[in-house]
Design a protein around this ligand. Structure first.
Ligand code: 13P
Ligand code: ZN
Length: 273
């Protein structure tokens, strides 16, 4: 039987973690990653799973009863995941109420799931429901440019969305539903998890002011690509705003409407006339 580390979803998880580290999004233990594992992908690994005692998750997500996740460990460094996935991450299973978890693999050396477990689980819960189970990856990172924007833009989703769409044509196509934005709150808290999940019903990306970004995707590529696109757009915005108080030209509402017509996008914002 091939070791858990060789399973294709574990290798994809590791690759995404390494790529995200290379982007500079994960200083120290910053950020976390989770994957809701399809039963068919978990089944061949059953013989290597070793369930531990049940632990409270701090929240309840009944829609995730019995689901299993590969998830980073609290305090683990993304930089080390490629060399030591069993020490930096683990597989957990949820109970029949979706309110307790138990470790089944990994967390070598006595680790436990990320302190952002409540947000990961609540986001998975709403995304599973909203997408018929299609969305399986939740990624949290600390990209510098999107965080920098939370100091200068009003903290509302409509403003962030229009500003990001205005940087490169790709943005409105990659996230036509826009992004959500939340004001500062205590990391790891149940109220931040609930507020994030409420926004995640309509968007795949939620900005946490002065902290970072959560992205959701059906695949590792989709989640990584969304984070990458938003942070690239944010970096352009930071450059433009640093170079000139007013840009000389920009992507107009009419440009966005033309994009929507050409690519059959339903853009989430009311655009000006
Ligand atoms: P963890 O090390 O618990 O995953 O926390 C990192 C983080 O980014 C908290 O928001
Ligand atoms: Zn964080």
């Amino acid at each position: 039987m091939a070791p858990v580390e060789q399973a294709s979803f574990v290798r994809a998880f590791v690759r995404m973690a390494a790529d995200s580290w290379e982007q500079g999004w994960h200083e120290r233990n910053g950020g976390n990653l989770s994957y809701r594992i399809p039963h068919a992908e978990l089944e061949p690994l059953r013989g290597q799973l070793c369930p531990g005692p049940w632990q409270p998750a701090g929240i309840a997500v009944p829609g995730l009863a019995g689901e299993s996740f590969l998830i980073t460990a609290a305090g683990s460094y993304f930089r080390n995941i490629a060399d030591d996935v069993a020490g930096c991450a683990g597989i957990i299973e949820l109970d029949e109420a979706g309110s307790r978890w138990r470790a089944c693999w990994g967390f070598a050396g006595g680790g436990r799931p990320t302190s952002e477990l409540p947000t990961h689980l609540m986001n998975h819960g709403v995304k599973k429901l909203a997408t018929g189970g299609a969305i399986r990856v939740i990624h949290h990172a600390h990209p510098a440019n999107i965080v920098a924007l939370t100091f200068v833009l009003p903290l509302d989703g409509a403003t962030f969305t229009r500003e990001l769409w205005g940087t490169i044509s790709e943005c409105a196509m990659v996230f036509p539903e826009g992004v959500g934005v939340l004001g500062w709150d205590v990391p790891g808290s149940a109220q931040l998890a609930a507020a994030s999940a409420e926004l995640m019903e309509c968007v795949d990306a939620v900005v946490w002011a002065h902290h970072g970004l959560f992205c959701a995707g059906a695949t590792f590529d989709a989640a990584f690509g969304l984070m990458h696109t938003i942070e690239k757009a944010a970096s352009i915005l930071v450059k433009v705003r640093s170079m000139a108080p007013e840009p000389r030209q920009a992507i107009t509402d009419e440009n966005l409407r033309a994009l929507a017509r050409a690519y059959d996008l339903s853009l989430a914002l009311p655009l000006g006339q």
